[in-house]
Design a protein around this ligand. Structure first.
Ligand code: G3P
Ligand code: CA
Length: 329
């Protein structure tokens, strides 16, 4: 398919395989990460949460009923519970209630089978990987493919896990140091929505740090501290200058750059990309997905939510904004 020429500063847009190649394999499995690397992604993106015994594993959230077969395990039926995670009530099973050995008896499943039915043929095949296993895969594939496959771990719910006595920061730092990846030349970019988490990591890590920015609301640590700043404040020039004191990159929702109206059609772009560049920050928006249901209305091909729309057209509009990278499934 035709693509327009990218803006000059985006001649080499970095591609982050979001949860691996999650459009093609169940998310956060070694198979998903490996396929992303083989498809040409520059980086693979594991979200990180801890087990009961403190091991970092790759899941998007601690509650695992949507991405594993835990509900089919009678031995774990009594562990089903309801918790509030960052203000959201969740019912199911939580990684922090399972040892790694127990978690390893589960198998991954496709999160959105109604949108990605082709991925369900892989249900039941893959384990929940540890962060170490992701780093081992990264090393093996870098050697085999002859290029340094980047890894972009995201610390999920750091305030929540700190309160449970399972802080993510020391475990992440230890893992990167154990693998000789705490180095400014390492192909590592650590992401978080929480500011305090990144500020702490800035003290201890040499790698790139990514401030994730949602299209609404505020960082959870700000909410809990009564800090009135919102994500909308953070993308104003003063907010971006503040981010540049501890991070290198912003990872905004695409809507922060390309807002949509109530019918999901694109409206006037914001100045966030240019403002971030002026503050010395790179810009890597999340998440471009090909299916109609995830695209702005301008790029949909039909009413069918699972059918692909003009995803290359959406990439082009983002490239024309001058983004430095893209998180994509
Ligand atoms: O890390 C970028 C993007 O992954 C943040 O959103 O919810 O997919 O982890 P999420
Ligand atoms: Ca993520």
């Amino acid at each position: 398919a035709a693509t327009t020429a990218p803006a000059p500063q985006n001649a080499e847009v970095e591609v982050f395989g979001h949860r691996g190649a999650s459009g093609y394999r169940p998310e956060h499995t070694l198979a998903s990460y490996e396929l992303a690397a083989r498809m040409g992604a520059d980086h693979i993106e594991p979200d990180l949460v801890p087990t009961k015994d403190g091991v970092l594993v790759a899941r998007h959230e601690p509650e695992i009923s949507g991405t594993t077969d835990v509900a089919a395990h009678p031995e774990f039926a009594a562990r089903k519970t309801t918790k509030v995670v960052d203000g959201t009530e969740m019912t199911g099973w939580f990684t922090e209630d399972f040892t790694l050995a127990e978690l390893k008896t589960l198998r991954a499943e496709e999160r959105i089978p109604e949108i990605r039915p082709h991925n369900t043929v892989h249900d039941g095949l893959y384990e929940v990987p540890t962060f170490q296993e992701v780093l081992d895969l990264r090393a093996r594939l870098s050697e085999e493919l002859g290029r340094d496959i980047g890894v972009a771990p995201e610390t999920k719910h750091p305030s929540y896990f700190r309160k449970l006595g399972l802080p993510l920061e020391p475990r992440l730092v230890a893992a990167l140091e154990r693998n000789d990846l705490n180095d400014e030349d390492a192909a590592v970019a650590v992401q978080s929505f929480e500011v305090g988490n990144l500020e702490e990591l800035d003290e201890r890590l040499q790698v790139r740090l990514v401030q994730l920015i949602s299209s609404s609301g505020a960082p959870q640590d700000f909410v809990e501290a009564g800090d009135p700043r919102t994500y909308a404040d953070m993308v104003k020039p003063e907010g971006l200058a503040e981010i540049a004191t501890y991070a290198d990159v912003i990872g905004p929702d695409t809507k922060v750059i390309l807002p949509v109206d109530e019918d999901d059609h694109l409206t006037e772009p914001t100045t966030v990309v240019a403002d971030a560049h002026a503050a010395g920050l790179e810009v890597v928006p999340y998440t471009v997905r090909a299916e109609n249901t995830f695209l702005p209305a301008d790029f949909r091909s039909s009413e069918d939510p699972a059918q692909w729309g003009d995803v290359l057209g959406f990439f082009d509009v983002l490239y024309d904004q001058g983004v430095d990278g893209i998180f994509s499934d």
